[in-house]
Design a protein around this ligand. Sequence first.
Ligand code: DCP
Length: 671
Amino acid sequence: METLTGKSRIIALVDMDCFYVQVEERDDPSIKGTPAAVVQYKAYKGGAIIAVNYEARAKGVSRNIRGDEAKALCPELTLVRVPETRGKADLQKYRDAGREVIQVLTDFSDCVERASIDEAYIDLTTAVEERLNHFLSAQGDPTASCEQSNILKALDKEAFTTNFVMGFESTTSWMDMMTDNEMMMPLDDVKLAIGAEIVGKMREAVFQETGFRCSAGIAHNKVLAKLCAGINKPNKQTVLPHSSVAQLWAETKIKKVRNLGGKLGDFLVDTLKCELMSDLLKYSEKELLNHLGSKAGSWIYHLARGYDTEAVNPRQLPKSIGCNKNFLGPEVLVTKDKVKHWLQQLAAEVSERIQKDFEMNNRRARTLTLHVSFEDKNSLSRSCRLHPQFNSERIRSEVWVMMEKLYKSLGVLPVNMLGLVASKFEDEAGVSGYSKISNFFENCPRSESSASTTLINSNKIPSSSTTFVTSTAGTSKTLGSSTIANKNNIVVESRASTTKMLPSCSSSNDSLDAVQPEKTDPPFELISTAIANETSPHKNPKSTRSLGPGVESSPKLHLTQECERCGKQIAIWEYVTHMDFHVARDLSREINGLSPLGFDVRPETLEDKERQKDKINRDKIALQSPAKRGSKRPRGRGGGGTKRGRPGTTTGSPSKPPVKSIDAYFIKKIN
Ligand code: DCP
């Protein structure tokens, strides 16, 4: 049962407090303790506020207002402007600061998943088990029945000074309750307490190493940990015992829950008339399966009871490196020259960052993707493979080749967003024949030409108020679909729609284009077939029209997309029809009693699935090449580096510091 529910895990989500402001405060300690905010593009009405410290929040300053208004509200407010490079916001120092934090976190667990520029999930299950064993063996007989109250008493109380427990007046009352009812004491709660102790140590270590304060949530799964982290801020942590899930769900809006911010959340609210998470309890498992299909239905059923089995995916490095720029209103790019100018700026930034990434992490990006949004709200992306050896000049010319191809096909349409993303990283070890960094930016043969173009559904185009290119994870893609709904209407379940709203390097001058924290992939995003059809110019005359003359009919235009279900290259106007084939096949499988997604909800299968996931994660850690595992920059404590050293430029492959025991953080030992 535990494996099925994920309740045996101890997961923490660490979220930095007013992160960009803290980074600025570290650079200029004179503003510490005074109201301060970070703004992007100060020119228009004092700039867009993207981070506000808690002193300024107390005076009413928020992200919803612009710099001038904030100053009027709070005259003593310091507005710090995000640095700009090549006419665009330069977020590098915040990325670097985020990386410093991640490195501290990896001292506590090998299983750290960087979720955004300032957030990470940490699976503490192993660390907690080890600490539990440490306590048990210190009691003399490791096989003796667990004297849990002794363990609670032995925890370092200093680690709990900023600890809160949902459903309890204080940490002490929670622990007292457990000690007084030892017979009834759930071992899971004892583990949560140990997890909270570790997180207390971890947050202190983050402060000592980086100077930054953070908040955290500690629970049995990622969804709950994330919600808890936001309950008490700043510089606090919140534990959620399973017995308090009902209380949390009674006050949590469905759309606020991780993975429910999108169409699945809309469906629960609009169709199933559930506003709060607790409202979901009125539906039986069978009803949810009927409404949502087996996968989403089962997930929601368990989540409504506080269970979720999504594993922390150990990943400390970004999956892609990219930047974009919006051109809104009068800034829309109408000439080729202007587009070329900005593409060169983006290419320069991306090549600089992938070079730095190579130096630090010993990996190379193999794919370069150009994203273009046109004023008419259509959006296209085009990718090419990056040759292992390339230089910034080569990237610039490849990008322009891709853009020229689009111009050739579509004509010169006004552009309001350009984005460039390098992705599909390979470890240096996996790239044969190029071991010297000096080769990396030398002149080299032309990279292979454009491989694919994707028409992006206009409802996934970043809006004028958001940026979408990631520095921490993947970009837009849809992995397969299948019919999941019942008789009345057919909806398409996107199996892993990975459009993300992520930290980006840039935004347009006066729009509130701010850097968004990562939105994790919803596991079940519902997309109506009507919306899906909009991606097909063939089926949607409006799209065809706005794509420009000749797109639909021109046989010369080789706009293709790789089918995520079968891997075939499909012309984009055939893509929906092609997906219909998969959907129809899934439907027929479903009718015949077979799972459309190859996903069976029988408990034993779920267990298998989770076991498999855990195994994959363990294998990933074990199999990570020494180069990748060694990507951590050596630091002060035992690392041989400087205490707060910024990521430096190293040549060659950095070596992995020995895995450190977290015992170093525990001064008090059990007697
Ligand atoms: N950010 C941004 N634009 C946004 C939201 C955030 O540029 N619309 C940047 C600035 C933030 C950082 O990302 O400092 C992290 O965002 P959070 O949402 O975690 O907010 P903060 O860390 O600023 O504050 P909090 O203490 O509420 O987490």
